[in-house]
Ligand binder design. Structure first.
Ligand code: LLP
Length: 416
């Protein structure tokens, strides 16, 4: 459930019409709903309340400071994958002790900074990273808390670009080498082995793959315990799917029951989850205006002022994301439109064959754009990045200014 609803033919974010947002801030523009964001985060908190847990929001989905700040105030931890994401969460005053650092190629300076501020755990993805982290920790006279990211080799049934737990994926350590890697880590003086981590993919709507992965982790935990390597934290990753069209994703409480059934409710382990999309995806829309309507041989194109530079998911994954008129029209017939951007690429589409009644100048909203929308946007074709706005009941706030043109070449230099 979210708070983007039609009222008398006009699309609102909470109590604010998107027409008002467009007239205040222009288009293209991302619009987020605070109530939706909070609702989704709370669903995870409540589902897991019977277990020792930490919900670490995956910053990569949407790292806007206002989003991070709202979640931080609600007690969220954070999953970061770079020093940039780490500094973002520190900038909103997040406790470093609630930050997990995941990612497959951490640099030494990133490790150093994370150790300096005292993060909760590094998720280590290779034997080589163990050596590197041990050396960095040694040079700082510290011990680095670590979990090993296990690649459980399960098929998560999602788009191949966002599946991460298959055996030839670049992520994690193959399950077959995990025990050896734990023994190695245990021998390192400047590592503290605290947990096990796993993330099998994104936009998953079936619990089966999660169950399979959880059972593999459980087995590994038991074998390790027999060897005297007792872990206290299990990080089961993120990847919880949302409804873009007609998907029927499972609820956080179903997932929590699965965890309890596999790992027990004994609080032996602190359960960490890293949802990104499920918290912020349906809490945002991309607001845009129709610039040009044109006809090709057989297709009708609606060229809007947003494109793959603002929202790359359709171009990159063939993702289907709903496109709604901000004000419903009765004065023209609906027909099928290819909704495309102004970028010089044939992959620059936001939606194909969308039935819409349109005129030039109309506002459209692309739904479910709160996750991996702005955070994957670019300046391609020298386009300033879009503004971001947060709606909170009857109020709206500019939470990121539209980039200015001079910003585009700030830091560039001509030769003498
Ligand atoms: N934890 C780890 C280790 C991850 O790699 C990811 C996402 C997450 C958590 C959060 O996953 P989520 O709950 O948001 O599905 N750009 C793609 C999604 C890439 C996901 C990358 N990793 C998209 O737009 O669909």
């Amino acid at each position: 459930m979210d708070h983007f609803l039609q009222r008398e033919g006009v699309l609102f974010a909470e109590e604010v019409s998107l027409e008002e947002v467009a007239s205040c801030y222009g288009t293209p523009c991302y619009v987020y709903s605070r109530a939706t964001l909070e609702r989704h985060f709370r669903a995870f908190q409540e589902a897991l309340q019977g277990q020792k847990h930490l919900v670490c929001y995956a910053v990569k989905a949407n790292g806007n400071l206002a989003v991070l700040d709202i979640l931080c105030r609600m007690g969220a931890g954070f999953d970061v994958v770079s020093i940039g994401e780490l500094e973002r969460v520190l900038a909103v005053g997040a406790e470093a002790g609630k930050v997990i650092f995941t990612g497959t190629g951490k640099r030494e300076d990133e490790m150093r900074r994370a150790l300096e501020v005292g993060i909760r755990c590094f998720s280590v993805e290779s034997e080589s990273e163990l050596y590197k982290l041990n050396a960095v920790a040694k040079s700082m006279g510290k011990r680095a808390p670590i979990a090993l990211r296990v690649n459980p080799d399960v098929n998560p049934q999602t788009h191949p670009y966002i599946a991460t737990g298959l055996k030839d994926s670049k992520f994690g350590i193959p399950a077959t080498r995990t025990l050896e890697a734990y023994r190695l880590a245990k021998r390192m003086d400047f590592l503290e082995v605290v947990g096990m981590d796993c993330h099998i993919g994104s936009q998953l709507t079936e619990l089966d793959a999660y169950r399979e992965a959880a059972l593999r982790l459980k087995h590994l935990l038991e074998v390790l315990a027999q060897e005297g390597i007792c872990l206290r934290m299990v990080d089961v990753g993120g990847g919880f799917g949302i409804r873009y069209k007609d998907e029927e994703p499972f609820l956080p409480c179903a997932y929590a029951s699965l965890l309890e059934s596999v790992f027990g409710a004994s609080n032996d382990y602190e359960m960490v989850v890293e949802p990104g999309r499920a918290i912020v995806g349906n809490a945002g829309v991309l607001l845009m205006r129709v610039e040009v309507l044109k006809q090709a041989d057989t297709l009708h194109f609606a060229v809007v002022d947003a494109g793959m530079s603002e929202l790359i998911r359709p171009a990159l994954y063939g993702a289907w994301m709903d496109i709604l008129p901000v004000r419903k029209r009765e004065d023209v017939e609906a027909r099928l439109w290819e909704v495309v951007g102004p970028i010089c690429e044939s992959t620059d589409f936001l939606g194909k064959e969308r039935s819409l009644a349109l005129k030039e100048g109309d506002l459209l909203a692309q739904r479910s754009a709160g996750a991996y929308g702005f955070s994957m946007s670019s300046n391609y074709n020298a386009r300033p990045r879009a503004a971001e706005v947060m709606v909170d009941k009857t109020q709206h706030f500019l939470v990121r200014e539209r980039e200015t043109l001079p910003k585009l070449w700030e830091g560039e230099h001509r030769l003498p």
